[in-house]
Write a protein that binds this ligand. Structure first.
Ligand code: SAM
Ligand code: SF4
Length: 326
């Protein structure tokens, strides 16, 4: 088992399979984003080895993200090998859903259990504006395919003022009347080059709940308001699904954090919103043994920062979100 110096048990690894993406969401990366050469990314066998080492250290939940994880070559095989690694209990993925139409079934067969699909609005024009060129109907096709494949589904919406903060939020909430899904509203976080835009566009959880309540009625807290992972959960009367609010900026959940992140270029990122990272790629490529890598990981986790410093205006500038994976 791996603990940090604050006694938090860290057992959930989010792996960015690639920094590349087939969209350019305005809050995530600049339009002219340049990506890393393939050789700088963790190769398939390097991912397999690190997963085995992390699982040996007690990590049991693995989430594949990106960039867009489904644009990584061999993603189905990668999922299959992770799912069959001793100690791994759950393999999940966060995706923009564009490729799920074809990939949901093979991914589920390989061992993927859950998908979080990002869909910020149901309005085709606004979706295009937010993603710079995406078609919302392609995401819908992906969500439907995921449902048919038996994947557990959550929908993620990042809310951006003047883009999707009003009726879009309500339309998404309405989905929970007919589907047993969790629709999650994510507060926008500031990163790297796009930090100014993000800070100007943030919409608080309180405002979102007011908007939804005014349109669809009261929201009842689920589980006495206890966090479900990072989300505080609510439900509309008669709804099948739930609404989650992930308010990393205004209501941080650092005390209950269980996660670490592996960037596409092989750095162990200890907190999403802190620049501190541990380089695993160099030792991996310079002949470190499994025991040496375990020691580097344990030491890194021990020094995991308590939480972010957004209140003190400490904004991570060394990466954009797509390189870390959210
Ligand atoms: N491409 C995949 C997707 O969009 O789901 C996976 C990677 S994406 C970086 C992971 C999650 O981070 C998505 O739900 C995305 O909406 C969210 N995200 C991206 N930039 C963000 C930001 N600045 N603040 C909060 N969430 C963000
Ligand atoms: Fe791509 Fe996901 Fe970032 Fe959008 S949020 S640009 S889909 S990585």
């Amino acid at each position: 088992m791996t603990f940090d110096r604050f006694g938090r048990h860290i057992n959930y690894l989010r792996i960015s399979l690639t920094d590349k993406c087939n969209l350019r969401c305005v809050y995530c990366m600049p339009e002219d984003m340049t990506f890393r050469p393939r050789a700088e990314l963790l190769q398939d066998d390097e991912i397999d080895r690190l997963v085995r080492i992390f699982a040996g250290l007690g990590f049991h939940k693995f989430r594949l993200t990106g960039g867009e994880p489904t644009v990584r070559a061999n993603v189905v095989d990668i999922v299959g090998r992770i799912a069959h690694t001793p100690g791994v209990k759950t393999v999940a993925m966060t995706t923009n859903g564009l490729m799920l139409k074809d990939l949901a079934r093979p991914l589920a067969a390989a061992g993927l259990a859950r998908v979080n699909v990002s869909i910020d609005t149901l309005n085709p024009d606004k979706f295009k504006k937010l993603t710079r060129w995406g078609k919302v109907e392609d995401v819908w096709a992906g969500i439907n395919a995921a449902e048919r494949a038996g994947l557990h589904i959550k929908l993620n919406a990042v809310v951006v003022r003047n883009y999707n903060d009003r009726e879009d939020v309500v339309d998404l909430a309405r989905l929970t009347f007919y589907h047993d899904w969790q629709v999650r509203y994510i507060e926008m976080m500031p990163f790297g080059d796009v930090a100014d835009f993000q800070q100007a566009g943030i919409v608080s959880e309180e405002e979102l709940r007011q908007t939804i309540t005014a349109a669809l009625g009261p929201l009842a807290p689920v589980n006495d308001g206890q966090l479900d992972g990072e989300a505080s959960l609510y439900q509309l009367a008669e709804a099948m699904g739930t609404l989650g609010f992930i308010s990393s900026v205004t209501q941080p959940f650092c005390a209950s954090c269980t996660r670490a992140r592996l960037t596409a270029d092989g750095r162990l990122r200890l907190c999403l919103l802190r620049e501190k990272e541990v380089n695993l790629m160099d030792p991996l490529r310079n002949g470190a043994t499994d025991t040496q890598l375990e020691e580097i990981i344990r030491e890194g986790i021990w020094w995991k920062p308590w939480g972010h410093g957004l209140e003190q205006n400490v904004i991570p500038l060394n990466r954009v979100m797509s390189e870390i994976g959210g």
